[in-house]
Structures are given as structure tokens and as C-alpha cells.
Design a protein around this ligand. Sequence first.
Ligand SMILES: [Zn+2]
Length: 149
Amino acid sequence: MTKIRLTKLFEFEAAHALHNYDGLCRNIHGHSYKLAVTIIGEPNSDPDSPKLGMLMDFGVLKNIIKENIIDKFDHSVLLSHWEDVYFFKSDNPIFERLHMFDFQPTAENMLIHFAEIIQNLLPENIKLFSLKLNETASSFAEWYAEDQI
Ligand SMILES: [Zn+2]
């Protein structure tokens, strides 16, 4: 009944703009985002399992996050639906990886979005414990499951 946390670190590059923000971040600009994903649960105790002693194979966790978060948002533009969609919805390939959200694409809101995605992808016996998203080396937001009650 010993619970263990596992964390895997990811990086992606993306641009965003904060609609109606009263500062420089209302302009489209880029970040080298760093995402830390921490899961919690009990390590596998089945002596016949090739995953004996593991909460989750790091490779499996990597693939889940890579396929559903990193590959989707890396080198993308993250904007809110309040922006002028007519400008961005062109055939111009520079907008090929444009994501229009129904929320302001702050680090805080991106974490809430990521948490919803990841929670739906984890097996029943493994829970999402926390997420940490760095926008810069000195600025980050955190999501903790225990804070959501
Ligand atoms: Zn920013």
C-alpha cells in the first residue's frame, strides 16, 4: 500500500497572446515551455509482470504525454477565441498549428486544459498528482489534484 510518485519532464515551443491583457503579453510572443507531469499510485507487485516494481513504465508515460500534449502543441500558436478569427483562419500554412481556446492561454489555463486531457488517459490505478508548467526559467504555474476538491 505504499504510494509512489513518478515525474517526467517535457519541453515544447509555442507562441501565444493574451487577449486584452494590459501589458506586453497581449502581443504574440513565444515561450520554451517546460512541463513536469507527476503521477501517483502503487508499483506493480505482480511477480509475473514485465513491469514488476513499476508504477508506470516511463516510456509509456512519455508516449501518452508526447502524443496528446507535446505533438499537438509544439510549434503551435495558442490563442483565445476572442481574437479575430477571420485573420487567423486562412489557408496560410503559418497557421497550420493554430489552437483557438475558449479560455485565455495563460500558463494557469493551459495547465487546467492539460490536466483534463491527461486524467482521461491514465489507467484506473494511476492518478495525476501534479503538473508544473514553466513559461520561463523563473515563471511557472502548478496544478495539484489535492487542491481541486
Ligand atoms: Zn507569454
